[in-house]
Structure formats: structure tokens, C-alpha cells
Design a protein around this ligand. Structure first.
Ligand SMILES: Cc1cc2nc3c(=O)[nH]c(=O)nc-3n(C[C@H](O)[C@H](O)[C@H](O)COP(=O)(O)OP(=O)(O)OC[C@H]3O[C@@H](n4cnc5c(N)ncnc54)[C@H](O)[C@@H]3O)c2cc1C
Length: 423
């Protein structure tokens, strides 16, 4: 007989949500996590001043209803992002020109979303190839669209499968800005609150190395120690799932579905200041870079902290990953000085979190499908196999790649496991 009803592998928001839901439904669950903390791609650090900052997933908006519900349930405090004031551009362009380009990029994005992906002319295309076909559209607009892909999906458009991006972006349905708010005690603090109810059912520093599928149970090997359960939820991103040895070997279709993904490349900087000096110049603190592509900044200040968060995504993050962090800090503060004012050169704190090749996620914000033939990869993974369920934000029917997506994926995985076990 199996030791447990369910083993959940991974204590990110997907795994935590699945575990909490299954325990509340009365099942015997164990959740194992490779890192020595919960949260996965949501994590935090304390600055020397004692302020806690999110170094991974941070922002949310009202459209993310499952996350908002979790925020309310655990009594987390939301802080609205400061958006008043003018948007800055690097290199500098007039606000009018910036807005015109941005509106044209949004129209191009709408066109992409409306594509009929059953059209054979769109088969086996990368996003880059599709952009190249938009010859009627001004170069600064297509250039900004490439920047958007690098910044949000954190890979070069030439690598990303068009069918994947269309399907993924159709599920990101927010009407409010996605950076609308964040949590005063960090998103990571919310992950910790979810974990509190798990007690000793949560095991940290417990990486799953292999899974053996048996007749009526599955055995998960945690560094030489075996745990068994009737069902396993593999709540890790696809690139991490393929590192776990599974025997007997997965069917070809599942192997191909797992092989279709590559991790995004992202670096997040939190640059703290004595005060939000940019507001004196009526600047919002939001900066869009068209050169280099894949860089974006915004104001992440709250009552006890003044600061700008800077994201580097795609090839730019890969490039800086290879260079000393002190050089990156100097580059970013110099860029911020040109956008927001000379004071930016004198930060009170600079925190750099490089997610490229991260030990337990291999990247961020999300894995993306780069195999142009893998149009059924998500469906195949969601189908899983008897006793083995794949779940992660990437596979969510809504807000894939976001914390909201992880919560939805966790709830759905718990639901389908419950249905199987109650049959
Ligand atoms: C820098 C950055 C900024 C982001 N910004 C935002 C944002 O502002 N808003 C937003 O909504 N989202 C944001 N995201 C994305 C969001 O954080 C993720 O989509 C979400 O947290 C993914 O949750 P998950 O549980 O599906 O996966 P993960 O968080 O990756 O959880 C998987 C867990 O599995 C563990 N694991 C992996 N392999 C094993 C193994 N073999 N054995 C045991 N455990 C294992 C990992 O350690 C991890 O804890 C950001 C992410 C990053 C990194």
C-alpha cells in the first residue's frame, strides 16, 4: 500500500495551492521541495535597512481573481503601484511619439491574437518570421514589438514558436495594467502564509531525483529515500520536469512535449533610493528602452521604501549573465540617470537577482515553447499519464507564466487528482 494519497513535487505557488486544496479535501499529502524555502520563482530578500523586497514574482492586478482571493484569504496587504507622471523613454523620444508607437504595437499584438492558426500559411513559423512578414508596418513599431516579446517572454522572437505565443497571449486577459499593485509584505510572504498550514507535510531541501511508476502507485526518490503515493503532481516547470528520471521511460509523445520548451532569461534589479526623486520632475519612474531591447523599469516604492525595479529579459539578460554584477549595476544606474535624473547614480541599495540558469527553475519568468512543431505540447502534458500529473503556471488555462496561472494550475491539478481518487 502507498505511504500517501498524493506526493506533490515542488512548493511554488502551483504545488502549494494543489497541496492546500488536497489537504482541505481530506487527503494524505506530502509536498517535497528542492530548495530550502517555498515560493519557487517567487522569493524575497531583506535589504540592510530591514525592508523586504520581492526578487522574483511580485506584481498583480485586479483581473487575477484567484490570486486576489488568496491575498484576501491570507490577509496580505496590497499596495497600488505609483503611476502618476510622465513615462520616460530611452533613447529619449517625445511622449507623443512614444504613445503613437505603443498604440501601434498594441494594434499589432491584437492582429497577432486574431490570427487563424489553422491557416497553413502560419504553420511552422517563429514569432520573428511572422514579424518579418509585416512589411507594411514602420520599423520602429516592429522593433518595439520585438522588444515586447523579449521583455515579456524573455527569449528572442526568432526562437519562440508563433503558435505558442498566440495561444499563450490569448490567455493573458487583464484589462487593468499587470503591474497595477504588489504586496506590502512581498509576494513571497504570501507563499509562506500558504505553506504555514502544511506543517510537517512540507519537506524542504528535498529534491526529487527519480520517479518509478508501478502498477497501483508511484515511488518518488528523494536523494536515496523512497516515498510512495497513489498519485504524483509534478508541480515544476517543463524544463525542470525533464531533469527527473522517470521509469519506465515516458512515452515518446510526453518526451517530445517536455523537450519543446526552453527557459526564459531574466534578471531583476531593485534599485533603492533615499526618496522617489523622479516624482519631483513629474516622472512616473516607468522607463521603456528601445535600445537596448528587453529592458523596462517602474516605480516600486511604498510607504517605507523608495525604489525602481528594473527588468532585463531575453538576449540582453543572457549577455549580462556573463558579466560582473558590479558592471551591470553601474550600467543600469547610468541609464536610470539619463531617464530620471542624476540622483539615480547614487542609490541607497542595489539588489540584483539573476535568474538565468537558476538551479531549480533554469530561468524566468516562464518556460516558452521554441519547437515550432510542438503544437500539442501543452495538451499532451496536461493529459499526463496514469498517476503522474504535470502542473505549473506554464500549463495554466489563464495567465500562464504568472502567479495567478500557478494558482489556477494548482487548483486544477488538485481537482483532477480528487476526481481520480474518488472514482
Ligand atoms: C524575476 C521574476 C519576476 C516575475 N514577475 C512576476 C510578476 O510580477 N507577477 C507574476 O504574476 N508573475 C511573475 N513572475 C512569474 C511567476 O513568479 C511564476 O509564473 C510562478 O511563480 C510560477 O509558479 P510555479 O509554482 O508554477 O513554478 P515555480 O515557482 O518554479 O515552482 C516550482 C518549484 O519546484 C521546485 N523544484 C524544481 N525541481 C524540483 C525537484 N526535482 N524536486 C523538488 N522540487 C523541485 C522549485 O524549486 C520550485 O520551488 C516572475 C518570475 C520571476 C522569476
Amino acid at each position: 500500500m502507498a505511504d500517501h494519497d498524493v506526493i506533490v513535487i515542488g512548493a511554488g505557488f502551483t504545488g502549494l495551492t494543489a497541496a492546500v486544496n488536497l489537504i482541505e479535501a481530506g487527503l494524505d499529502v506530502i509536498i517535497i521541495e528542492a530548495r530550502n524555502r517555498v515560493g519557487g520563482r517567487v522569493e524575497s530578500e531583506y535589504l540592510p535597512s530591514g525592508i523586504r523586497i520581492d526578487t522574483g514574482g511580485q506584481f498583480l492586478c485586479r483581473d487575477m481573481t484567484h490570486l486576489m482571493e488568496t491575498v484576501q484569504r491570507y490577509g496580505a496587504r496590497t499596495v497600488f503601484s505609483h503611476v502618476e507622471g510622465e513615462q520616460s523613454y530611452r533613447p529619449a523620444i517625445s511622449p507623443e511619439r512614444g504613445e503613437t508607437i505603443w498604440n501601434a504595437v498594441e494594434r499589432l499584438r491584437e492582429e497577432m491574437l486574431a490570427l487563424d492558426m489553422t491557416d497553413p500559411a502560419l504553420a511552422r513559423l517563429t514569432v520573428g518570421q511572422w514579424i518579418d512578414r509585416q512589411t507594411e508596418i514602420p520599423a520602429d513599431v516592429t522593433g518595439s514589438f520585438r522588444r515586447l516579446v523579449k521583455g515579456l517572454w524573455c527569449r528572442a522572437p526568432e526562437e519562440v514558436a508563433l503558435a505558442y505565443l498566440v495561444s499563450n497571449d490569448r490567455r493573458i486577459t487583464n484589462v487593468y495594467p499587470e503591474l497595477e499593485m504588489f504586496l506590502g509584505d512581498t509576494m513571497h510572504g504570501l507563499a509562506e502564509k500558504l505553506a504555514e498550514s502544511l506543517g510537517d507535510r512540507l519537506r524542504l531541501s528535498a529534491p526529487a531525483t527519480s520517479i518509478t511508476m508501478m502498477e497501483d502507485m508511484a515511488e518518488v526518490d528523494v536523494e536515496g529515500r523512497a516515498l510512495t503515493a497513489r498519485q504524483v503532481i509534478l508541480a515544476v516547470p517543463p524544463v525542470m520536469a525533464r531533469r527527473i528520471e522517470i521509469s519506465p521511460p515516458l512515452p515518446d509523445q510526453l518526451c517530445k512535449a517536455l523537450a519543446a520548451w526552453e527557459p526564459g532569461c531574466a534578471i531583476k534589479l531593485q534599485v533603492g533610493y533615499q526618496r522617489p526623486f523622479w516624482r519631483d520632475r513629474n516622472l512616473s519612474g516607468s522607463v521603456m528602452w528601445s535600445d537596448p531591447q528587453g529592458m523596462y523599469a517602474c516605480d516600486a516604492s511604498h510607504d517605507t521604501y523608495a525604489g525602481i525595479v528594473v527588468f532585463l529579459g531575453g538576449p540582453l539578460a543572457s549577455l549580462w549573465h556573463k558579466k560582473p554584477q558590479a558592471e551591470l549595476a553601474a550600467f543600469v544606474t547610468a541609464e536610470l540617470a539619463m531617464a530620471l535624473g542624476e540622483e539615480a547614480k547614487h542609490p541607497a541599495s542595489v539588489n540584483i537577482r539573476d535568474w538565468v540558469n537558476d538551479a531549480w527553475s533554469d530561468g524566468a519568468y516562464s518556460d516558452v515553447i521554441t519547437d515550432i512543431d510542438a503544437t500539442d505540447a501543452e495538451a499532451v502534458l496536461l493529459q499526463g499519464m496514469p498517476r503522474l500529473n504535470f502542473a505549473c503556471s506554464e500549463l495554466s488555462p489563464s495567465f500562464p507564466g504568472y502567479v495567478e496561472g500557478a494558482i489556477v494550475a494548482g487548483k486544477n491539478a488538485a481537482q483532477s487528482v480528487l476526481q481520480i481518487l474518488r472514482k
